[in-house]
Design a protein around this ligand. Structure first.
Ligand code: PGA
Ligand code: ZN
Length: 375
């Protein structure tokens, strides 16, 4: 039996939580919600007033009856039913938020029925061997762009500690986050936190933000990840020459394959160029990006595409091109930690789940701590 209800995400916006009852237990899942969403993402179903009543109705009146008699033993089969029920190319009829919450709850139920963990089931579906290492976490330290109203053009300035163990990387991330908080407090007085729990100080330039983060990171072996979210504010060649930049995400707009390709040509040997809004976890867009040689990394977000199966397909395709993968949270999150299991299960290289502070971000980092103990 499938039930759906409205809960609030970390931005206090309504979102969907699904509860799936089976003979072997109850399984829940919730849909996250982006703020700087890509044009080509699957459709998030919203009522005129921003609510999710219609999406919930779609789950209870259309999806639930269709899955009523289905055996929950194969993710691909269930996701195919969901995709066919919707019938559109972009989940516009039922809503990617409605479909994804059901798809994730089903994934948990199938894993439990098989008596394996969620990440183990995802590893089976991904046809990769048993996971051995965890993805490296990329911790959001300073936010700008649409995530903050502080005038900073880039959306996320992240720190990627370079230890082998996730536990050690988390400890370093927390230490730097706290240190940066002190530095910013001394410099600016009280500093607000932003959508993903990172600081939102009024700093003029990206270079200024990076300098402060590096000051807080002194003595630690880290690299930095930037999400420009399409706002080209600096000369990227200068940026990577000057700073320990591991990756640049969405350095240009979501249509700008040409500039992506030029940049990859220039800095792609030493840095990763991630597509996020460019590729929207969609195999057609990923194929196009590879054709145009636009990037060498994929940001993977299940709610950009709407089912677990399609998310895994996107990861497989990107891997077949030799791209690196960073699984990512959304600006509007819940306590659902699915992306932690997803990142481990598909063998992702990185995961970003915001600052190592708010509970909805820590839910993912804590799940990774648990998983690391079992490997
Ligand atoms: P969003 O931001 O959830 O607002 O899209 C995250 C990102 O761009 O990576
Ligand atoms: Zn992004």
């Amino acid at each position: 039996m499938i039930k759906a209800k409205e809960i609030l995400d970390s931005n206090k916006k309504p979102t969907i939580k699904v509860e799936l009852k089976t003979d072997w237990g109850s399984f829940a899942a919730a849909a996250p919600s982006g703020v700087s969403t890509g044009f080509y993402e699957a459709v998030e179903m919203r009522d005129e007033d921003g609510g999710v009543k219609k999406a919930i109705e779609n789950i209870e009146k259309i999806i639930a009856p269709a899955l009523e008699r289905e055996k929950l033993d194969d993710q691909k089969k269930i996701d195919k039913i969901l995709i066919d029920l919707d019938g559109t190319k972009n989940k516009a009829r039922l809503g990617a938020n409605a479909i994804l919450a059901v798809s994730i709850a089903v994934c948990r139920a199938i894993a439990a029925n098989k008596k394996i963990t969620l990440y183990q089931y995802i590893a089976q579906l991904s046809e990769v061997g048993a996971p051995k290492v965890l993805p490296k976490p990329s911790f959001n330290m300073i936010e700008g762009g649409k995530h903050a109203q502080n005038g900073l053009a880039f959306q996320e300035f992240m720190v990627v500690p370079q230890k082998d163990l996730f536990k050690e990387n988390l400890a370093i991330g927390i230490k730097i986050y706290q240190k940066l908080g002190e530095i910013l407090k001394n410099k600016f007085g009280a500093v607000k936190l932003s959508a993903e729990g990172a600081y939102a100080p009024k700093i003029e330039t990206s270079f200024g933000a990076i300098d402060l983060i590096l000051q807080a990171s002194q003595g630690e072996n880290i690299r930095m990840a930037i999400d420009a979210a399409g706002a080209k504010a600096e000369d990227y060649s200068e940026l990577v020459a000057k700073y320990p930049i591991l990756s640049v995400e969405d350095p240009f707009g979501e249509e700008d394959f040409e500039n992506f390709a030029q940049l990859k040509n220039k800095i792609g040997d030493s840095s990763l160029i991630f597509g996020d809004d460019l590729t929207v976890s969609n195999i057609e867009r990923i194929k196009l990006a590879e054709e145009k040689q636009a990037c060498n990394g994929l940001i993977l977000k299940p709610n950009q595409i709407g089912t677990v199966t399609e998310t895994i397909e996107a990861a497989k395709l990107a891997k077949s091109y030799g791209w690196k993968i960073m699984v990512a949270n959304r600006a509007g999150e819940t306590e659902d930690s699915f992306i932690a299991d997803l990142a481990v299960g598909i063998g992702a290289d990185f995961i970003k789940s915001g600052a190592p502070y708010p509970a909805e971000r820590m839910a993912k980092y804590n799940r990774l701590l648990d998983i690391e103990k079992t490997l």
